[in-house]
Design a protein around this ligand. Structure first.
Ligand SMILES: C[S@@+](CC[C@H](N)C(=O)[O-])C[C@H]1O[C@@H](n2cnc3c(N)ncnc32)[C@H](O)[C@@H]1O
Length: 237
């Protein structure tokens, strides 16, 4: 249950959230299902326009591909060549039961639909910089990353994993433990000057990822670039 303070912060954040007014992004959002706070668009733009090298971007949690497609839009806008490599197994919370809620739709059917939507969406909206999608949970994804293996993605393309990264968008399992581990794994590979955006990290959320922001705010190796209302950090040492 949200406290009065959280409701007040939520109202205030809604008023203050910086929005990117953009015709293309509006059409994208209408057609591409997703779960992103629109404030992220501004944060993606801040990070992507200031990426210095060609190291890849990592996305943890893709769902139907909205965030991947927003990122490729800004990569294109700022003439950046960075690849996007994603980690998602499309296995959602509460998928132990056969059906979605009290419906007759089976979880497996929904899962297949979402994964196929991801593929269709990236092919339509990001054809010139098609994200590489690794069908693994983030812990296993980072094990592959550490090994530096060449891996086959869901579109049957080979991609060399491993090495430094320029930007990480963390939007997978929102619990405190997973967010912390995803951060620690990204931190190992993030270049100095690189960025990390935590989805659903605004203070008024009840997710573990917003709880983890208390630690991030004290982390001397990172500076807050902006809160809109989620946190975007830059690595400074
Ligand atoms: C909030 S959705 C992502 C939304 C997406 N970024 C968008 O633009 O709408 C969370 C996604 O994370 C995935 N996920 C959950 N736990 C994960 C994990 N440990 N590693 C990678 N992905 C995970 C889920 O399958 C789901 O597709």
């Amino acid at each position: 249950m949200a406290s009065v303070k959280q409701i007040f912060q939520y109202g205030l954040a809604r008023i203050k959230t910086k929005k990117v007014e953009n015709e293309y992004l509006n059409w994208l959002k209408f057609a591409n299902a997703g779960m992103m706070n629109e404030g992220n668009y501004h944060l993606f733009e801040l990070a992507i326009k200031d990426i210095e090298g060609d190291e890849p971007i990592i996305e943890i949690g893709s769902f139907c591909g909205l965030s991947s497609n927003v990122m490729t839009y800004f990569l294109n806008k700022y003439s950046k060549k960075n690849k996007i490599i994603t980690s998602d197994k499309w296995i959602f919370e509460d998928s132990d039961s056969k059906y979605l809620g009290d419906s007759h739709l089976e979880h497996d059917v929904y899962r297949k639909f979402v994964k196929e939507s991801f593929i269709r969406n990236i092919k339509v909206f990001s054809p010139n910089n098609l994200p590489y999608a690794i069908e693994e949970f983030s812990d296993d994804f980072f094990k592959l990353w550490e090994k530096g293996d060449t891996h086959t993605d869901i579109l049957d393309r080979e991609i060399q994993l491993g090495g430094p990264i320029s930007f990480a968008f963390i939007d997978g399992n929102h619990s405190y433990e997973f967010t912390k581990r995803d951060f620690e794994n990204c931190d190992k590979y993030l270049v100095n000057g690189g960025f990390i955006l935590f989805d659903d990290s605004a203070s008024y959320y009840n997710f573990g990822c917003s709880e983890f922001m208390k630690e991030m705010r004290k982390n001397k190796n990172y500076r807050i670039v902006d809160r809109n209302p989620n946190y975007l950090f830059q690595k400074i040492q």
